[in-house]
Design a protein around this ligand. Sequence first.
Ligand SMILES: Cc1cc2nc3c(=O)[nH]c(=O)nc-3n(C[C@H](O)[C@H](O)[C@H](O)COP(=O)(O)OP(=O)(O)OC[C@H]3O[C@@H](n4cnc5c(N)ncnc54)[C@H](O)[C@@H]3O)c2cc1C
Length: 467
Amino acid sequence: MDFDADVVVVGGGIAGLVSTLRSLEYSENVVLLEKAPTLGGTLPVTGGTFAVEKNKDPAIDVFEPVETGIEWLRDHGISVNDPDDRWLTDDAERIGRIDTLQFIDEMAALIEENGGEIHRETAFKRLKLDDEDEISGVVAHNENGKFEINAASVILATGGFSGNADLIEQYFPHSNIWNGRHPWSTGEGFIAARNIGAKTTRGLSNALGGVRPAPPAQITDDNRRDTSTVYRDQTVILNADGIRFTDESKAVSGSTGLVSQFLNNVEEDGYLVLDHDIYESHTDQMAFSPKIGTLVEGARDAGAPVVEAETLEELGNGLDELGADGYQAVETIRTFNAAVRGESDERLRPPREDNRYAIDEPPFYAIAVQPTIVYIRGGLDINHNAEVVSQQRSTTGLEYVPTDMTQISIEPIPGLYAAGIEVGRSEDHSYYHLGLSLGLATGRTAGKHAAKRAKAKQGEQPPAGTS
Ligand SMILES: Cc1cc2nc3c(=O)[nH]c(=O)nc-3n(C[C@H](O)[C@H](O)[C@H](O)COP(=O)(O)OP(=O)(O)OC[C@H]3O[C@@H](n4cnc5c(N)ncnc54)[C@H](O)[C@@H]3O)c2cc1C
């Protein structure tokens, strides 16, 4: 069942869906391969927020701007709501919000209406090259076996390698790290590109993410939302020595790189400590603003080790029983309380920029947690056309001393594009800027250039009205 296409898009998350729709503006022969039975990738578990960073000159601005992308989606009839409130953090603002399941359905319908082919339960295996070492298609696999699609352009949007145990062990040598996304991103895109000489960026050992209730908690699709720990920015986070190691108030936006800090400071479990006031309040980090206590109970119901105590001393005893240093934990909380109440001149280390509430209203709670990867910063290196950069054809990816820019050249692998999490991102961007917005920006850029290349290879001009 081998066949021909102009563009093959691999992966049906936001980046792949956007790439496919964009390619269809320039070509009628676009195929989307999705390994899972359903489309959307990470989308169903996200809050659906498109965000951009304020006051920055973001590297992704070299791609098609996120704001224009939102207008483009609306022009296609895709529902993107204005956010109720643009403020997200001091550094980032919401600029649009989608109902993620509706978005997936609308995008899939639109792709098919425009002649795109969607192949679900079809896994990409490897890339094909012609005699000139240019992309000539893909090898894929479905229930009928292996087949090939010949295509001048391939867009990799498989979501990176957070589900590949071997690569995770190589880049994150920590026994208790979890995949916080979906199980399908097992690195075929990343590996296939590397096998044909793709250049990767820095940051392959740097993940943004959060924490999940520790085993024996069982997290399933049914309780994933109710066991979320997005309220961690309100808590005090301790390691087993009873020591704080991060500014918890930044532990959701990812600007503190919580996962990397966990890997450096926590051997097994860490602990989220909160009091009754926090338990009774609501978190605005999820679309439906749940009560934090509901999420604590969600963790307890799932089987996580949770200590509940009427005094801080009792909390310390409970932490001792879990194998942590309860005495030091209580000392740390007392020091924290004195600092946030302004009773001590001692500066908190690490600092606590926001949410400076004392943990002093019983009952007290401590929930054992372990780190989860939301995404890995490093990935395939792409140029401003979203073409994957070739390691062999380019010069150094490291800063070059002495800086003689005339010696730097960046050459792509002809016909290979990447979008979304698959691509490496600059280390100083926060979680929000790099999620759906990155998928939209790089997906549009990749879709456009991949289809234009395929058409140019056939000697055709882009359709009228496109640029
Ligand atoms: C809990 C959570 C909440 C989040 N909330 C937000 C938010 O509100 N706002 C925001 O901006 N970002 C958010 N993010 C981040 C955001 O969801 C991701 O950055 C984005 O969805 C990634 O899109 P993607 O298309 O690059 O990858 P993915 O969504 O991972 O899609 C990749 C697709 O490729 C498929 N695939 C993998 N391998 C193959 C193969 N060999 N062959 C064929 N198909 C393959 C997968 O099945 C998957 O469908 C959140 C992430 C998480 C985990």
